[in-house]
Design a protein around this ligand. Structure first.
Ligand SMILES: *Cc1c(COP(=O)(O)O)cnc(C)c1O
Length: 368
């Protein structure tokens, strides 16, 4: 067998590792921000029904433009995001990772750059690399907020073609105030103009509102969303964006024909019929998230303010060692490579109790 390094792979891929959150078989898995609740049985039945119908036509290619799905997603955004949108404003793909890839294929690419404020979602930089887009690591403050002056300076200096703003941010959990997003949009327009992608993967868990209303009159703004987190459908692989219709037209230049399978479209449509039930879990998870924050602080950990379904806690001198000690107690959390900090996803109350027991023990050990 030959190793990767013996293959004529692109220079920028040499010596790199693929995205790899460990998928370990442990009792309590709180490391990838999934929703812990399986889909409700009536929805499972509805999916089976819709997929059965779709199966009868699998000899044909699916609706290439996924019009019905995009129109249902637009309805969902209009109701929950307080901003009127229709199918022309919405584009869907296999996970928001594919949405982001299509955006970088369209607006980034060789000779162009993208900037994100790190630590943030590691896939932004990885997808940049995969699409030949140069990556610029923009600054965050010690408390993980975006310092506006430093951020504006970075945008003016580097004049990136694409700016990513993740709010609520992953892995830190904190949201970015709308005024900051607006100021960064203005800075990006003055510098280039560039596309500004607001990654709202966790917005349903936020104390605040979606930034969708900011789309009005801002043709270079894109809001990306996913059904992987709040909708509890990570296995479905369905992400989407909302933007000016011109952005939707532009990404069609790079999307593979028939990229969204008929089975995916049918399943997503079924899930959207059950929006209310699915979002019901969100309220439970938000309460559990707030409980994790309070209890972690009571135990004596530092916690970053969270608007997401996960909590960043620390600080550890030996972060990897702490991760391992928690795993030894049967709980898998995430080491995102932020020195001193770990991230835990809000699970079911029982899972969270198991986690809290594990970190209580760990704290005693560390203080001993
Ligand atoms: C989980 C996550 C996504 C979602 O990716 P999918 O491909 O839709 O599963 C996107 N952005 C951020 C910040 C995330 O944490």
């Amino acid at each position: 067998m030959t190793g990767i390094d013996e293959l004529p792979v692109r220079d920028e891929l040499r010596g790199k590792s693929p995205y790899g959150a460990p998928q370990l078989d442990v009792p309590v898995r709180l490391n990838t921000n999934e929703n812990p609740y399986p889909l409700p049985e009536p929805l499972v039945e509805r999916i089976a029904e819709r997929v059965r119908d779709a199966a009868r036509n699998l000899n044909r290619y699916p609706d290439r433009d996924a019009v019905q799905l995009r129109s249902e997603l637009a309805k969902y955004l209009t109701t929950t995001g307080h901003h009127p949108l229709d199918a022309r404003n919405v584009w869907a793909a296999n996970g928001s990772n594919e949405v982001i890839q299509q955006l970088l294929q369209t607006f980034g690419g060789p000779g162009r750059t993208a900037l994100g404020f790190e630590p943030s979602y590691s896939m932004h930089a990885l997808i940049a690399r995969g699409t030949g887009t140069g990556w610029i690591s923009g600054p965050r403050g010690a408390d993980f907020t975006i310092d506006l002056v430093a951020a504006e300076r970075a945008i003016a200096e580097h004049r990136p073609d694409v700016v990513f703003i993740t709010t609520p941010n992953n892995p830190t959990g904190n949201a970015v105030p709308p005024e900051t997003v607006l100021a960064l949009y203005e800075a990006a327009q003055a510098a280039k103009p560039s596309m500004v992608v607001v990654d709202e993967a966790y917005i349903e868990f936020s104390h605040g509102d979606s930034l969708l209303p900011l789309l009005e009159g801002r043709p270079h703004l894109v809001v990306s969303r996913t059904m992987s987190k709040a909708f509890g459908a990570a296995g479905l692989r369905l992400g989407y964006l909302a933007a000016d219709p011109a952005v939707v037209d532009a990404v069609q230049l790079v999307r593979l024909p028939y990229h969204l399978s008929a089975v995916t479209q049918a399943t997503a449509l079924a899930a959207l019929e059950h929006t209310d039930t699915l979002l019901g879990y969100v309220e439970q998870l938000k309460a559990e998230r707030d409980r994790l924050v309070a209890e972690l602080r009571a135990i004596g950990y530092e916690v970053t303010e969270s608007d997401a379904n996960f909590v960043q806690f620390g600080r550890f001198e030996d972060t990897q060692g702490a991760w391992r000690r928690i795993l030894d107690n049967g709980v898998l959390v995430r080491d995102n490579g932020v020195p001193g900090w770990l991230r835990v996803t809000a699970g079911t109350p029982e899972e969270n109790d198991a986690f809290l027991d594990a970190v209580r023990d760990l704290k005693k050990e560390l203080d001993a």
